[in-house]
Write a protein that binds this ligand. Structure first.
Ligand code: SF4
Length: 77
């Protein structure tokens, strides 16, 4: 159905009536495999993820912020 993200319920939380992807304690998406660093629901990933373009300005900004905060940049480093 257009406009509706269909992801496994166990990966979703609701904040103030808005459904969101759950995060691990380190801020990583729960759908991200911590070993392979691959999305485990890639074919069903939310629209926001499908629209996010790797290496565009927002991506670079987000990665820079994570690195500055001491996050493991994984395969990006
Ligand atoms: S693509 Fe989206 S759903 Fe998949 S791991 Fe990344 S943030 Fe999570």
């Amino acid at each position: 159905m257009p406009g509706i993200d269909i992801v496994p319920d166990e990966f979703v939380v609701e904040h103030d009536g808005v459904r969101c992807m759950e995060q691990r304690g380190n801020g990583a998406c729960v759908a991200l495999d911590p070993v392979t660093r691959l999305c485990t629901i890639y074919d069903r990933r939310p629209k926001a993820c499908r629209d996010f373009k790797r290496a565009e300005a927002l991506c670079i900004k987000v990665v820079a912020r994570a690195v500055a905060a001491g996050a493991d940049s994984g395969p990006l480093s």
